[in-house]
Structure formats: structure tokens, C-alpha cells
Design a protein around this ligand. Structure first.
Ligand SMILES: Nc1nc2c(c(=O)[nH]1)N[C@@H](CN(C=O)c1ccc(C(=O)N[C@@H](CCC(=O)O)C(=O)O)cc1)CN2
Ligand SMILES: NCC(=O)N[C@@H]1O[C@H](COP(=O)([O-])[O-])[C@@H](O)[C@H]1O
Length: 261
């Protein structure tokens, strides 16, 4: 299923990073054994796109995909969705270069402005590799204006997909770090989670946590493939869960019915 008319759909904005290397990676075919960077292939965005308006993710629309990497393959995935999903690109260093005197905080506010203008019910970080500062969080929480005096009417929930268990491997490169820790006998398994986004990186309240085993002797590529499959499941389940909290389906359908009458 795809993104359909989002006039009456529950609106989602997805943030991604990534590169353009991974045309061969899809949520529904086995990850190739070749060593390409699966961390930024947009496969979790694809899982969300494919779940839209199915029983897994009913009455929902992705109204924007924003990337901080121009070559992110997720931008292609969004453009190839049916109907195409609008995309945007805004990276920190080009922004600072183009706006002398502006700061990382200004960049974070600009990201929040782009997001807030979509009036989303939910923001999903699906491989977004930029630490959000207070500039973003304060705008999204309604504590700071994003355009003149304009503030978001109520806090917009933000969730992040992270390939580790709560408190285990915060930050970037968690998959590799967990695999190495297993080889050293420091952990018996790892996992993946979706958590709420707060200022402290990867320390927001878990929304969905799923353990992933590491099999002794298996190469990292095999382990990583198994972990990504888990991620593709939990990102859809967690998105549906938080979306239902933000805009209960009965309310969303009722408003659609009223508009249609
Ligand atoms: N305030 C928060 N921002 C973000 C969170 C969060 O929980 N709170 N989650 C991250 C996602 N993430 C891990 O899940 C993560 C991504 C990136 C980094 C990081 O070190 N980023 C560097 C730049 C790295 C790069 O550009 O490749 C940085 O921002 O300077 C750590 C953790 C998303 N944001
Ligand atoms: N710290 C954040 C982080 O590591 N996020 C990770 O980026 C990948 C994105 O994959 P994708 O581009 O194929 O969706 C995912 O493995 C996700 O857990």
C-alpha cells in the first residue's frame, strides 16, 4: 500500500540521513552480502511507506521526508512512492556556510520549522544521524516560536529508531559496537528499539524494545541482516502505537467522515 490522499490522513514526517549506495537493499529482499553501508539505505522509511494504509498503519500519510544527506537513497524511495512523497534536504554544514553567523541551534530551529509547517501528528527519525539540540526540541514541544510568534499548538511526539537495547550502546555505530562486545563476551545478546526523543541521546522513554540474538561465529553481515529485519517491524509497530496515542483512529476516521459529508 502506499501514501494516499493525505487530506484526511494522520500526518507523519520522517527524517533520514544516508547515502545513495544502496539500491539493492530492500525491506523485502535479503540484504546483499556485499559490504555496502546498509545503515543509510532508507530501508526503514521504505518499511513505513509500504505499511501506510494497511492494517499495520491505517489512515496515515507521510507528508514529508527530510534528509541531511543530499545523496540519501531514502529521498529516491520517497520520490518513487505512489503517490510521490514530498522531500526536502537541509544539512548542517551547507546551512552554516550559506548563513554566516548562524549557529547549530539556528539549524535545529530551521529543521523544526520545516517539520512544524507540515502540522504532523508524529515525527519519526529513521536513521537521522544528527543530534537534535534544544532549538529543535523547544520548537517541537511548543515552547519556542518557529516563525515570528508562531508556535506549534501542542507538543509533537518525536520517536527514534536505534539498533540497540535501552542504555546499552547509545549513539552512532551501535551495531558494530554490540557485535564487538559480544565477541569479547561482554554481552549475550543485543536488540533494537524505538524510543521517544529527548535532549539526552537515546535516553528517551522506550516505545518498543526487541531483543536480537547474536549467534557465535556468524559474520556481522548475517547478524546485521537479522537486526534490520527486526527494525523494519518495530518502526512500523511503534509508529502506529504513538500515532494512535496522538490521533486515535476513531477520531481520525470521524473527522474524515465529517469532512466528506
Ligand atoms: N536530542 C536527540 N537527538 C537525537 C537522538 C536523541 O535520542 N536525542 N537520537 C539520534 C539518533 N542517534 C542514535 O539513535 C544518533 C545519531 C547521530 C549521532 C551523532 O553522533 N551525530 C553527530 C554527527 C554524525 C554524522 O553526521 O554522521 C552529530 O550530530 O554531531 C548520535 C546518535 C538522532 N538525534
Ligand atoms: N543512532 C541512530 C542509528 O544508528 N540509526 C540506524 O540507522 C539505520 C537506518 O537504516 P535505513 O537507512 O536503511 O533506514 C538503522 O539501522 C537505524 O537503527
Amino acid at each position: 500500500m502506499s501514501n494516499v490522499d493525505h487530506v484526511h490522513q494522520r500526518r507523519i514526517v520522517v527524517l533520514i540521513s544516508g547515502s545513495g549506495e544502496c539500491d539493492l537493499i530492500s525491506p523485502y529482499i535479503d540484504l546483499p552480502s556485499i559490504t555496502i553501508d546498509p545503515i543509510r539505505a532508507g530501508t526503514n522509511l521504505q518499511a513505513l511507506i509500504d505499511a501506510l494504509n494497511t492494517p499495520a498503519l491505517p489512515n496515515a500519510a507521510i507528508t514529508l521526508v527530510l534528509s541531511n544527506r543530499k545523496a540519501a537513497h531514502g529521498l529516491t524511495r520517497a520520490a518513487q512512492a505512489d503517490p510521490p512523497i514530498p522531500t526536502a534536504y537541509l544539512a548542517l554544514q551547507p546551512y552554516l556556510k550559506a548563513n554566516p553567523g548562524k549557529t547549530r541551534d539556528d539549524y535545529d530551529v530551521e529543521v523544526a520549522k520545516i517539520v512544524a509547517q507540515q502540522s504532523p501528528a508524529l515525527v519519526v527519525l529513521a536513521g537521522w544521524m544528527h543530534i537534535m539540540g534544544e532549538g529543535f526540541l523547544d520548537v517541537i514541544n511548543g515552547d519556542r516560536p518557529f516563525d515570528g510568534e508562531q508556535k506549534v499548538a501542542k507538543p509533537i511526539p518525536v520517536i527514534n529508531l536505534h539498533p540497540a537495547l535501552p542504555g546499552a550502546f547509545d549513539g552512532a555505530n551501535a551495531i558494530e559496537r554490540a557485535y564487538e562486545a559480544f565477541q569479547k563476551g561482554e554481552i549475550k545478546h543485543t536488540g533494537a528499539m524505538v524510543h521517544r526523543v529527548v535532549k539526552e541521546v537515546d535516553r528517551g522513554a522506550p516505545v518498543l524494545v526487541r531483543e536480537v540474538e547474536i549467534i557465535p561465529g556468524e559474520p556481522i553481515e548475517t547478524f546485521e541482516k537479522r537486526l534490520h529485519h527486526v527494525e523494519w517491524e518495530i518502526i512500523v509497530e511503534a509508529t502506529a502505537k504513538i500515532l494512535d496515542e496522538a490521533v486515535p483512529l476513531k477520531v481520525s476516521c470521524l473527522s474524515a467522515a465529517v469532512r466528506a459529508s
